[in-house]
Write a protein that binds this ligand. Structure first.
Ligand code: GDP
Ligand code: MN
Length: 375
């Protein structure tokens, strides 16, 4: 589970990691109430879970109440589903650093990552000048040793009091990583301010979903999802990913779905959403189709190869869903696997064409989209 920046920063505060003075607002009135406490210049930071907000225009600066109001209004109506904005005092920065704690899955170790050149271009830097990325391994059975934190601080080129502060921040990050069962805790950028102190400019905290049973402090409300369909799918326990293309996928099995996804792109089509119709969901056709219909797709493509998830049960469910929901767009089916003869019969009786070849089904879906687009 990925937390919002403001939540990560709330956690930071409890672990000796300084953050800029800031408050979260949801509308104009709240902005007006917090501005006197924040002052100018201030930074307006859209609280969305996607990265790269700076480059996407979702981080704005303001030097007056009028400017802040205008920018907040613009952010709240942006297509990125911005519901909260973190208003912060702008920090006068000298330069930007990078710090993170994550898992190295190959070595089964925790890894600290640091760089003296942080900021919005860290990915390009990591690709172009990997030697600038500093790494330090931590054995979970031993934990982070104080000398490791200090060593990392010195390797970042820091000295004196600020090196000491960096070591404390690294220690705090490592403690957060353990306490929150995190996959990643990141500060990018870590500001080096004009008065030689360190402040977390951004905050990222991803909690491992496998520990949600003990990490119960955060409820996944609507704002964590990019669409209503994605949110409702999560409530129903159905894996669902929202995309922005034309073909809604109701597929069984991650491998088959990935193949179908690739085939669609290969044929020049695009995917609107992926919904997992396999596993325990094979009996949930009505709910599954209801969710797919919430996504603005042009065609729904159902591709399955069921073993325990029986093809005839899925076909029956699809027929029931079509009768009940009366879809406003074409449905292409390729339902195969256990009892597929039976499935074929069920679909044919309903007047549905049941394809037996995945590639043919994909071609058909892509064709239908084109027909819809060009009449
Ligand atoms: P991200 O693009 O989603 O990672 O958002 P960040 O929170 O990292 O902000 C992007 C960039 O905005 C940072 O790398 C900074 O360069 C800039 N920025 C954000 N807050 C401040 C601030 O208080 N002062 C200054 N000078 N720059 C800031
Ligand atoms: Mn950032």
């Amino acid at each position: 589970m990925k937390l919002f920046e403001y939540q990560a920063k709330e956690v930071f505060t409890g672990y000796q990691i300084p953050t800029p003075v800031g408050m979260v607002i949801e509308n104009r009135a709240e902005l007006a109430a917090v501005l006197p406490k924040i002052g100018f210049p201030c930074v307006l930071k859209a609280q969305v879970l996607r990265g790269g907000r700076g480059k996407a225009g979702l981080i704005q600066f303001a030097s007056s109440a009028a400017e802040a109001t205008k920018k907040v209004e613009d952010l709240l109506v942006s297509p990125d589903n911005v519901r909260k904005i973190l208003v912060e005092q702008a920090v006068q920065i000298e330069r930007e650093l990078y710090l993170a704690v994550t898992v190295d899955p190959f070595k089964a170790r925790v890894i600290l990552i640091a760089c003296s050149e942080g900021g919005v271009d860290i990915e390009t830097l990591a690709a172009d000048a990997p030697e600038k990325i500093i790494k330090e391994e931590v054995d979970l059975n031993i934990g982070l040793m104080p000398f490791q934190a200090r060593d990392l601080a010195y390797r970042l080129g820091l000295q004196g009091a600020v090196a000491k502060q960096a070591a404390a921040i690294i220690t705090g990050l490592y403690q957060i990583f353990c306490q929150y069962d995190a996959e990643l805790v990141e500060i990018n950028p870590l500001f080096y301010t004009k008065d030689d102190t360190l402040v977390a400019g951004d905050g990222k905290l991803i909690i491992d979903g496998n520990s949600s049973f003990r990490q119960t402090g955060y409820k996944k409300t609507r704002e964590y999802y990019v669409s209503d369909a994605e949110y409702e799918a999560a409530q129903a326990g159905i894996p669902y990913i929202q995309f922005t293309g034309d073909i809604g996928l109701m597929c069984a099995g991650a491998g088959l779905t990935t193949t179908v996804y690739d085939l669609i792109n290969y044929q020049g089509g695009t995917v609107a959403n992926y919904l997992e119709f396999g596993g325990p969901n094979y009996q949930k056709a009505v709910k599954a189709m209801e969710l797919c219909l919430k996504s603005p797709s042009k065609v729904i493509l159902i591709v399955t190869f069921g073993t325990i998830a029986r093809a005839d049960v899925m076909a029956e469910g699809v027929v029931k869903a079509i009768r009940k929901l009366k879809p406003d767009r074409p449905i292409v089916t390729c339902i195969r696997g256990t009892n597929e003869d039976q499935a074929l019969k069920i679909l044919q009786e309903e007047g549905l064409e049941c394809l037996f070849d995945t590639e043919e089904a994909v071609r058909k879906a892509v064709e239908l989209v084109a027909r819809r687009d060009y009449g």
